[in-house]
Design a protein around this ligand. Structure first.
Ligand code: TXA
Ligand code: MG
Length: 332
């Protein structure tokens, strides 16, 4: 089993001391799960192809799905690309540290294992203080996908990581529940117009204030997890054990009631009722707070033995876009 390092109550030098073995493990090519502000990541030394191969093995993830490289600051990101430009400068100033990944032409030292052989690399400076401390102490770039088994729900708590991957990795660092709750916005600067490849809680509207010509990836273009050769491969993603169905808010309850399986509805701004049949799970009617709780709700549905989860569909607006994207994927 992984060694759990709980730093939720620590700060400063005491936290650095507690993180030191995890930082050494990263430098030595071992796997360390760490909190970021989005979801927990499964980290490995990004410039060590053997360490990176360990990520794919532990997750059961196909090697043609590229990884995001996490660094402590923009100057370290800049060192891993051949074409840092004024747009990257402006985005880094506006959104780093934070939940934005920039896809840029890769520097030669970034191994194929990280980029799935692509000419680009995804770079991110995370905001979580524990991730930042660990990156500073390890002083190596850290490749980290979400710390879940391939196609399963991303972890937003150390317990989720322990349950899914605890028997496959050296350390799990517990930094408490994550704040943003869904994965970073992935923005390519290597396309003709800056293109959002994966929506996140940094929205197109927010990016457009810095880069007016930013666009969403058109349907059918390279999608999340499809950056390499096999379109469609990663369509099933973010899935709990329960079957997830999206429904109009007014129809969710009836759908769950009509099903013979243990069922639950996931509503917005309602009252949770775990004894009711169907059970009622609720998340706040605010995109930021909903995103923060979403994956935990999916994990809880599984823990409750739910086999059908009917989700009241959120609005189709830019603020909810990342949430709707993850919900639609979880229905696959
Ligand atoms: O918030 C996050 O981004 C989390 C935390 C741990 O940082 N990480 C994460 O990693 O979600 P992962 O591996 O689950 O998702 C990485 C996404 C995938 O959609 C992948 O296709 C895309 O980033 N990506 C990475 N490098 C890319 C590249 N060079 N070109 C296009 N897409 C890329
Ligand atoms: Mg993932």
């Amino acid at each position: 089993m992984a060694t759990l390092i709980d730093v939720t109550q620590l700060e400063g030098q005491a936290r650095d001391d507690a993180l030191a073995p995890a930082a050494r493990a990263l430098r030595a090519g071992e796997l360390v799960a760490l909190p970021t502000e989005t979801v927990y990541g499964l980290g490995a030394h990004a410039l060590d192809p053997r360490a990176v191969a360990g990520i794919f093995a532990a997750k059961g993830r196909p090697a043609n799905n590229p990884l995001i490289v996490h660094v402590h600051d923009a100057s370290r990101a800049r060192a891993l690309t051949t074409s840092w430009d004024a747009r990257a400068d402006a985005l880094a100033a506006a959104f780093w540290p934070g939940p934005l990944t920039l896809v840029l032409p890769r520097a030669p030292e970034v191994p194929d294992a990280v980029t799935a052989g692509l000419g680009t690399v995804g770079l991110r400076v995370p905001a979580h203080p524990v991730a930042r401390a660990l990156l500073r102490l390890a002083d190596v770039p850290v490749a980290a996908p979400s710390a879940n088994l391939y196609t399963r729900v991303s972890p937003t708590r150390a317990e989720h990581v322990m349950a899914g991957l605890g028997d496959r990795i050296a350390y799990v660092v517990d930094g408490g529940p994550t704040d943003v709750g869904v994965e970073s916005t992935v923005l390519s600067l290597a396309t003709p117009a800056p293109t959002i490849l994966r929506p996140g809680m940094i929205t197109l509207d927010a990016i457009a204030r810095v880069l007016p010509n930013v666009v969403h990836r058109a349907p059918g273009e390279l999608a999340d997890g499809e950056a390499a050769a096999s379109p469609g491969l990663a369509r099933k993603h973010y899935s709990p054990a329960a079957q997830v169905v999206l429904a109009a808010p007014g129809e969710a309850m009836a759908l769950a009631r009509a099903d013979a399986r243990p069922a639950a509805v996931l509503v917005r701004g309602g009252v949770e009722s775990l004894d009711a049949s169907p059970r009622v799970l609720s998340l706040p009617d605010d995109p930021g707070a909903y995103a923060r709780g979403l994956y935990d709700a999916l994990h809880r549905a599984d823990d409750l033995g739910i086999e059908l989860l009917v989700v009241a569909r959120p609005p189709d607006t830019e603020a909810w876009r990342a949430i709707v994207d993850r919900l639609v994927r979880s229905t696959a």
